[in-house]
Design a binder for this molecule. Structure first.
Ligand code: ADP
Ligand code: MG
Length: 349
């Protein structure tokens, strides 16, 4: 046998994509401790040390992949890096409490630049009532890497998983979708124009809403409070980081259901609609596949309809079906299209 024969076969990352890779790496990882209530597979892990349940989530951001410093102010980056983690805790119906921050930086960055990044982190922590309690700092050969872990808590009877949706449940979403993606397109367009001709000033005016949604998103703590005050515990919930389609598929996969969502019901802001026209993008595509909205997608029993329809800023966009009925978008002209996840499955080409 030559050494070539024993060489293990090689699978390209692009063949699996992000979610395929996570599945492959974690298939045989099973929690063995009774304190691990939920391991891999939700917006946050759920741990039980008596009393309230502990939630833990982590996000990793890489320069050039997740953010572009040519148009992202470091203060905004710090804010966003924190908020996207809080969003995962709210998606479990919990409250974020502590944060641990790992950074890896090259000497291209000044101390003052990193202080700006920290100003953003601190601003987010102040606003959301989170303590920054530790981290780790290393040098990098190039680029800026940010790894943030957030710990949260939730009352035992209030935790919400991706897996609890049942046929006939209403599918609800907070706020509006697609704006963060259009903000990104505006920034990318102005960057290109600037690189082509540095004398040209970027045209960002009038796009405040979508730019803010991209550069300085908020996590929906207010929605969690609203639902709680209304006495509603969702049957399932997830935050929208990868786009509505991808998140709906996660809920359906984990709940063992199908779904039907209506294009006409997907909430889209007028500013997003205008930009979609300009960029010749179908608005529902921006909402379904754009991502980074950090809105909450959740399901409630049909019996909660009266309560839900009275809540400001919440849209009912469809319902959960039996798995055998499939997962469909019903378009404005009444066509049924199978839902597909594009999302930020950025390991695929
Ligand atoms: P989100 O978009 O909500 O942050 P992800 O899609 O990143 O969720 O992750 C899905 C699930 O897979 C989560 O439970 C997460 O903790 C887990 N996960 C992601 N990457 C890894 C990894 N490298 N090893 C183990 N678990 C992972
Ligand atoms: Mg999430």
């Amino acid at each position: 046998m030559s050494i070539l024969d024993s060489r293990p076969s090689r699978t390209e990352l692009s063949e699996l994509g992000e979610f395929g890779l996570i599945d492959r790496l974690t298939t045989d990882i099973q929690p063995s401790l009774s304190s691990t209530i939920k391991g891999i597979g939700d917006d946050a892990a759920v741990l039980d040390y008596g009393g309230k349940l502990i939630l833990i989530t982590k996000d990793l951001l890489n320069e050039g992949v997740h953010f572009d410093l040519s148009y992202t102010p470091l203060r905004h980056l710090g804010y966003k890096a924190a908020v996207v983690n809080f969003s995962d805790i709210y998606a479990m119906n919990g409250q974020p409490r502590q944060m641990v921050v790992g950074i890896s930086v090259s000497n291209r960055f000044s101390v003052e630049a990193l202080e700006e990044f920290y100003d953003g982190l601190k601003m987010a922590c102040n606003k959301y009532g989170v303590d920054l309690v530790g981290g780790d700092t290393t040098s990098s050969r190039g680029g800026f890497f940010i790894s943030i872990t957030v710990i949260g808590e939730v009352e035992r009877d209030k935790v919400v998983y991706r897996s609890g949706a049942r046929p006939n449940d209403l599918i609800c979403v907070s706020g509006d979708l697609g704006a963060a993606y259009m903000g990104l397109l505006v920034l990318e367009r102005e960057k290109k124009a600037f690189l082509a001709n540095p004398a040209v000033q970027p045209e960002l005016e009038g796009n405040d809403y979508v730019l803010e949604r991209q550069l300085k998103p908020e996590a929906r703590r207010d929605v969690i409070r609203l639902l709680n005050d209304a006495g509603i515990v969702p049957t399932s919930m997830i935050d929208i980081s990868d786009g509505l389609a991808s998140e709906l598929l996660h809920i359906c996969k984990q709940s063992g259901t199908g779904c039907a969502v209506y294009e006409e019901k997907i909430p889209i802001d007028p500013a997003t609609l205008l930009l979609c026209e300009e960029f010749k993008i179908i608005p529902s595509i921006a909402a379904l596949n754009g991502g980074e909205d950090y809105e909450l997608l959740f399901t409630v029993p049909l019996s909660e309809y009266e309560k839900i329809k009275g809540l400001p800023g919440i849209s009912v966009i469809g319902h959960i079906t039996e798995a055998s009925e499939g997962k469909y978008l019903i378009t404005n002209d009444r066509k049924q299209i199978p839902l597909q996840a594009q999302g930020w499955n950025h390991m695929r080409s």
